[in-house]
Design a binder for this molecule. Structure first.
Ligand SMILES: Cc1cc2nc3c(=O)[nH]c(=O)nc-3n(C[C@H](O)[C@H](O)[C@H](O)COP(=O)(O)OP(=O)(O)OC[C@H]3O[C@@H](n4cnc5c(N)ncnc54)[C@H](O)[C@@H]3O)c2cc1C
Length: 478
């Protein structure tokens, strides 16, 4: 079979691969190819319509954009009219009641004794200033104190991450966890007031039709057909000769390879067994996504809620999204049907029984009063994601700091949620921009110019405006 030579080969048409491809197209670089194992683009940000007409994302996807460029592409993907805008209303369900998120500022909603335990723990922790936490568990204790740690942060984080919290580092936190302001915490309790994190500045947008996947299907269509090959799985990478081989037998030679598949898989299918040994030490957790489609209107107590966190053991899920609130068109008969999406994590430390888990989810929804026993469930959908969350383990950064530059020496750039394995920059906006910035970095030959990969706290701490010199997008689309 004839071997074709490309300047750029990109593996994976999720947000990262599409970010890279669209950037190349924008810069007028035509000799590239994007190969995707699945039948369509989108990766973990895809959506599925089930046999009963309910649309599901692969886990609750919300757009938290940190980038002007990303927002421009979102506008381009669906047009201004293709979006619904929502106030970001998130809650915690515990002690048989809803507590607004963030938990730490709404302690007054807890039962009497527990308010004091939480406040007392925080007071003690704030007096204990010099202690240097060595892992995520210690960081929680140091930041929130024993009371809040035991009531919410330990059980909730153990449920989401599916690993003992001592195995996790603390370097990744940045903006993800709101550090408590003692005065605000105490004011909340004493004044018996809610402190909610939502409001006019806390909005997000969601596609009106087609779920999150509609965005990525649309952006993929902006690439010429011959540049995106769906249904093509890469099975081996020869970093020495710079050749990839597809399952279908075709081979491609590349000058630069941008890969968005999990880093451990990439190194395993490559000729770098030394790196494969290193990446096998990276940790990840899997995710089960459950869609529950129901007859009728969304109940009043869930009418404006977006998602709810569940720290307690009376439910197997850590989070439930009221998915029909994101768009009524996520259901077959808008206004007359509604839907919930529940997420359950899994790892070697937290096994899940595949035979019983759906029943456990339904029982959990009943126990937490999200549904009632006489509610009519008309659809039950389940998807298992082997690679769900890239775990920020203690050893992670040392492994990445060695493996990523080693690959780059042979022009292989591993980027994206599992490509770069950095949870703190693994949302859709980050992933898209990792692909985008990687192209700029290669073309400008400047190893410093990938802010998302190299400076996560910096990009997460601001809204990143585009450079003035950038060309206007959209002109090169087909
Ligand atoms: C449960 C959950 C909830 C999430 N919530 C949010 C959220 O609220 N907001 C948000 O912005 N983001 C969220 N995300 C993250 C979002 O899904 C990711 O940011 C994004 O999909 C990562 O893009 P990526 O391109 O790096 O990787 P992926 O989306 O994983 O894309 C990689 C692509 O590579 C392909 N591939 C794999 N192996 C091969 C091979 N051998 N050959 C060819 N192709 C291959 C895959 O099929 C896939 O399409 C969530 C993710 C999960 C799992």
């Amino acid at each position: 079979m004839e071997r074709i030579k490309k300047t750029f080969v990109i593996i994976g048409a999720g947000p990262t691969g599409l970010g890279a491809a669209l950037r190349l197209q924008e810069l007028g670089e035509t000799n590239f190819l994007l190969v995707e194992a699945a039948g369509e683009a989108g990766g973990l940000a895809s959506s599925v319509k089930d046999e009963h007409g309910f649309t599901w994302d692969l886990g609750g996807h919300v757009q938290f954009s940190h980038y002007e460029i990303f927002d421009e592409y979102m506008d381009l993907a669906l047009g201004k009219g293709g979006w619904l805008h929502h106030v970001r209303e998130s809650w915690v369900w515990m002690r048989n009641r809803f507590i607004p998120y963030p938990f730490q500022y709404n302690l007054h909603r807890l039962p009497g004794e527990e308010k004091w335990t939480c406040a007392q723990g925080l007071l003690k922790a704030s007096l204990d200033g010099k202690w240097q936490p060595k892992n995520f568990k210690e960081w929680i204790l140091h930041t929130f104190g024993t009371g809040m740690a035991e009531a919410f942060f330990f059980p909730y984080n153990s449920k989401v991450w599916a690993y003992p919290l001592e195995m996790m580092g603390q370097q990744w936190m940045g903006e993800r966890v709101a550090i408590p302001d003692l005065e605000k915490v105490l004011a909340g309790i004493c004044l018996d007031q809610d402190h909610i994190s939502w409001g006019p500045n806390h909005t997000f947008r969601f596609p009106k039709v087609g779920g999150t996947g509609a965005v990525w299907r649309s952006l993929a269509q902006r690439l010429p057909e011959e540049k995106l090959k769906p249904g093509k799985k890469v099975v081996s990478v020869n970093t020495n000769e710079r050749i990839i081989q597809l399952e279908s037998g075709e081979t491609y030679e590349y000058e630069y390879l941008i890969s968005s598949i999990p880093l451990d898989r990439l190194t395993k299918m490559s000729d770098r067994s030394d790196l494969a040994e290193e990446t096998s030490k990276l940790l990840y957790s899997s995710a089960h996504i459950f869609g529950i489609g129901l007859e009728g209107k969304v109940p009043e107590h869930l009418r404006t809620k977006c998602w709810i966190y569940f720290p307690e053991s009376n439910s197997p899920f850590y989070r439930v999204t009221v998915f029909s609130n994101y768009s009524p068109w996520n259901t077959p008969r808008p206004g007359r049907t509604w839907s919930l999406m529940a997420e359950v994590s899994q790892s070697a430390y937290k096994p899940v029984n595949g035979e019983t888990i759906f029943d456990e989810v339904i029982n959990g929804l009943l126990a937490t009063k999200l549904i009632r026993s006489n509610d009519q469930i008309i659809s039950k959908w389940h998807r298992f994601l082997n690679y769900g969350y890239p775990t920020p383990s203690i050893a992670r950064d040392e492994i990445l700091d060695y493996v990523l530059p080693e690959l780059e020496k042979c022009n292989v750039f591993s980027r994206g949620r599992f490509g770069a394995w950095k949870y703190e920059v693994s949302n859709q906006d980050h992933s898209f921009m990792q692909g985008w910035e990687c192209v700029d970095r290669i073309l400008e030959n400047d190893s410093e110019c990938e802010p998302t990969l190299n400076f996560p706290s910096k990009v997460n701490g601001t809204y990143n405006r585009k450079k003035e010199s950038r060309s206007i997008i959209g002109e090169t689309s087909k």
